[in-house]
Design a protein around this ligand. Structure first.
Ligand code: NAP
Length: 288
């Protein structure tokens, strides 16, 4: 019998790519969408059903989690992400899910680590204690953050701003995270494993800007901003203070060069090398 896999956060950056790639496999996919309108495109994919899911509403969890074999647990970056994830894990336990794959983050294993990592580690620990067989994916920062958060200024000003200095960062393409997730969800031998995933090379943001310039055909410059200015800008966008603190801590890690280590885990699991930043810039050049 075909396995049924529920993917939460299915319209998000990683979730929608996982759904797209799972649709090419012989599995039933349930795409957990926050809003049916946003999930319309997913409905057209073969083997994909959509289910409305509101993480804070237990009745929606009950419907979404009934008769699933595996859960791909993706939750958003919000102030209540730990509580949110714990509710979903409780439901997965109730429904006796056979395999839970969690989208965590690189740094979740660091001691004492940074806030972002500690929040993810708290969720991982809760999963370990639940007794549900699990696999943790701990990716580096996403190349697609440039599209999601910086495309507008790159397009209109030819600049992007971050308090990250010249530290090199091991960004990964979310298409590769999805490829790993699909392999882990559809083949044996991954239970109890923790996979730290990075892109193939670490680049500074100035180096990324140079590649974007080349691929888009217009000048793109990286502007290093002081942490205080970045804080003010994020608060002005009504980002909650706790999340701002967490982001600034991460950018400090970037600045210090402590996010520059790369590994070959994507290729080990999928058999294919991960996308380079050059490839990403070429594929996404229309966004910039
Ligand atoms: N960005 C990075 O560089 C990075 C690196 C490593 C790890 N991570 C981790 O990756 C995760 C985020 O993944 P992502 O970037 O793919 O997420 P994302 O693009 O922000 O998408 C979040 C998804 O969750 C849905 N959602 C939000 N609130 C919901 C609710 N209350 N009920 C039901 N669904 C809800 C959203 O739907 P709507 O849009 O319709 O609300 C969306 O589909 C976080 O845990 C983050 O820490 C991120």
């Amino acid at each position: 019998m075909q396995e049924t896999i529920l993917v939460t956060g299915a319209t998000g950056t990683v979730g929608r790519e996982i759904i797209k790639q799972l649709a090419m496999q012989d599995v039933k996919v349930r795409a957990g969408v926050h809003s049916v309108i946003k999930g319309e495109n997913l409905k057209r994919l073969p083997g994909v059903d959509i289910v409305e899911i509101e993480f804070d509403k237990p009745e929606s969890l009950h419907a979404a989690f009934t008769h699933i074999d595996c859960l791909m647990l993706v939750t958003p970056f919000t102030e209540d992400q730990v509580e949110m994830a714990k509710n979903l894990i409780d439901e997965a336990k109730k429904k006796e899910v056979k395999h839970l794959v969690r989208l965590s983050a690189l740094g979740a294993g660091a001691e004492p680590g940074i806030l972002l990592g500690r929040w993810h580690r708290e969720i991982e620990t809760y999963i370990e204690e639940s007794g549900i067989p699990y696999t943790f994916l701990r990716p580096a920062g996403f190349m697609q953050n440039l599209e999601n958060y910086h495309a507008a200024t790159i397009k209109h000003e030819g600049k992007f701003y971050l308090p990250a200095g010249e530290g090199k960062v091991n960004y990964i393409d979310t298409r590769d995270i999805a490829a790993v997730a699909v392999e882990v969800l559809t083949s044996e031998g991954h239970k109890g494993k923790i996979y730290e995933l990075t892109g193939p090379q670490a680049l500074s943001h100035s180096e990324m800007a140079a590649i974007l310039s080349e691929k888009t055909g217009h000048a793109v410059t990286f502007v290093d901003v002081p942490a205080d200015a970045a804080r003010e800008a994020m608060l002005a966008q009504h980002i909650p203070e706790r999340l701002v603190d967490a982001m600034l801590e991460l950018y400090e890690v970037y600045r210090s060069g402590h996010s520059s280590e790369v590994n070959d885990m994507v290729e080990t699991i999928t058999g294919r090398p991960p996308h380079t930043f050059r490839q990403f810039a070429s594929d996404y050049k229309e966004c910039f």
